[in-house]
Design a binder for this molecule. Structure first.
Ligand SMILES: [Zn+2]
Length: 145
């Protein structure tokens, strides 16, 4: 049953009968129904957003300094996600690989978030090895021919 349509039809009958007091009350009820429908719509939208955020939170694991999806064995896999965007805004934003750097922590991959523009140095000891399989010898990009 379409409640709003039902009230609208009853309102029309009451209006034609000339009972203005009752008609005004029905108009007020119609406005209340519209308000409730809007709140219901917004709540459904919010629930969907929260369900998506929860599913994402359950899917990603923090392995400093970034978030990763886990494989079937519980090991981080795939490209890293931005820690700043995930924890600050609940958004899973992939980092983009830029290049490698030698640092005092050893060789690191430099990844960048194009949303918040934050850069991440990820030591090669961490689980992600996008460009080199673990068993293959590491070839620096500037050595490749
Ligand atoms: Zn970010």
């Amino acid at each position: 049953m379409d409640l709003l349509k039902e009230v609208r039809e009853i309102s029309e009958v009451v209006r034609q009968s000339g009972n203005e007091g009752l008609y005004e009350r029905l108009v007020s009820i119609r406005a209340e129904i519209l308000d409730i429908q809007e709140k219901l719509f917004n709540n459904k939208k919010l629930i969907k957003e929260l369900e998506e955020a929860l599913a994402l939170k359950q899917k990603l694991t923090f392995v400093e300094p970034a978030y990763y999806e886990m494989d079937k064995e519980g090991k981080p896999t795939g490209k890293p996600y931005c820690q700043t965007c995930f924890e600050g805004k609940g958004k899973a934003i992939h980092l983009v690989y830029r290049d490698n750097h030698d640092t005092d922590q050893g060789e690191c991959e430099y990844w960048m978030c194009y949303t918040c523009e934050k850069g991440f140095m990820i030591p090669l000891g961490t689980p992600i090895r996008k460009y080199v399989p673990p068993e293959a010898p590491r070839i620096k990009p500037w050595q490749a021919t």
